[in-house]
Design a protein around this ligand. Structure first.
Ligand code: SF4
Length: 354
């Protein structure tokens, strides 16, 4: 039995992975990659079976941000060539959400650039959410609007928003290197506000920002502490015109190890492959699905993703089913009619958002 297999067994037995364990996963030799994936996939299968959650991102407002997040193409001072527009109209947001749902998504992530929403912005978003939920009552809606002020999370919750995304992005010890217009504590505060209002917290990180291995581990344990239900792992896309242009610290095997480390540290949480999937995982995207259990469909934020159909094929080709799809429903039915599988499935826990 390999070290990674023993680690998976001990996590399944209820003994959480330690920072040293996480570091060992991150620093595994490339020749051990399949052992790492095989062990992490035991945890992935235990908590999420063979399902992949598909999310679709609707960009409500793009560019024109006064914050200086160095990694972001929409930040003040960025000369990256991106689309810039003010708020979408409700019918445009509805149309985009419908396209994502038709493409197989079960969650729509409504994202806007900016430090945080005004109360007028919250009203705009709650109108959009009302329209989307009226037409698609089963959809999960996640809002990602920046730093929240008191009372705003409660308004979103009352309007039917299910989750709120606000990434911590990096370790507290590295945060001030990547942005100076707000603090790490500001970010943690918003995740706490969302959680207190009953929204499912979604918070993740960006790898490749010049952080050390120890800082990546620090960030993951902070997310564990925050009890984030969904953990998006982004891989830095070094846009020209931003301070990180030409910063290439990642390769596909390292990206898989980062995802595996997240799985060992937070075994029952939704680990989502987010920005930079195609650019950095490249031909290892299929392997990564054996560790992570969630992806964004097609385009996201200001970068081009693979076409939706290619994403769905990636899921199927690797032997997974889309959470909430007909294949998934049929499989659930088979399990519920099979007494042996039903008993075995009784201990399976899906994350609150799955
Ligand atoms: S606050 Fe958001 S949109 Fe603005 S620069 Fe930072 S990451 Fe980009």
């Amino acid at each position: 039995m390999t070290f990674f297999d023993q680690l998976a067994t001990s996590v399944l037995d209820g003994k959480p992975a330690t920072p040293d364990d996480a570091l060992a996963v991150l620093q595994a030799h490339d020749s051990e990659l399949l052992e790492v994936v095989a062990a992490a996939s035991r945890l992935r299968r235990e908590f999420f079976s063979n399902t992949v959650k598909v999310n679709y991102l609707v960009n409500l407002k793009s560019g024109l941000c006064p914050e200086n997040c160095n990694y972001c193409s929409q930040a003040v001072g960025s000369t990256a060539d991106i689309l810039k527009y003010k708020w979408l109209q409700t019918d445009e947001a509805l149309e985009q959400a419908a396209a994502g749902l038709k493409g197989g998504a079960t969650r729509v992530c409504m994202v806007s650039s900016g430090r945080g929403p005004t109360n007028r912005d919250i009203d705009r978003v709650t109108d959009m959410v009302g329209a989307i939920k009226a037409e698609h009552p089963d959809v999960e809606v996640c809002a990602c609007l920046g730093l929240l002020k008191d009372g705003q999370a409660e308004k979103l919750k009352a309007a039917g928003v299910d989750a709120y995304n606000h990434n911590i992005n990096t370790a507290e010890s590295h945060h001030d290197e990547i942005v100076q217009t707000h603090t790490y504590a500001d970010r943690v505060d918003t995740v706490g506000k969302a959680k207190s209002a009953g929204l499912s917290p979604c918070s993740g990180l960006i790898a490749g920002l010049g952080e050390s291995d120890e800082q990546l581990v620090e960030a993951l344990f902070a997310l564990k502490e925050l009890d984030s239900d969904s953990i998006p792992i982004n891989f830095l896309m070094p846009f020209d015109g931003t301070p990180y242009e030409n910063t290439w610290e990642l390769d596909p095997t390292r990206c898989v190890k980062i995802l595996a480390m997240a799985r060992f540290v937070c075994p029952d949480k939704e680990i989502r492959i987010a920005g930079g999937r195609e650019m950095h995982l490249r031909s290892l995207q299929g392997l990564a699905l054996h560790v992570a259990n969630s992806i964004f469909l097609g385009d996201y934020l200001t970068s081009e993703g693979q076409a939706a159909e290619a994403d769905l094929e990636l899921i199927r080709d690797n032997g997974f089913v889309i959470l909430g799809s007909e294949e998934h429903a049929a499989q659930e039915q088979r399990v519920s009619h099979d007494p042996v599988k039903r008993k075995r499935g009784a201990g399976t826990t899906l994350a609150p958002n799955a």
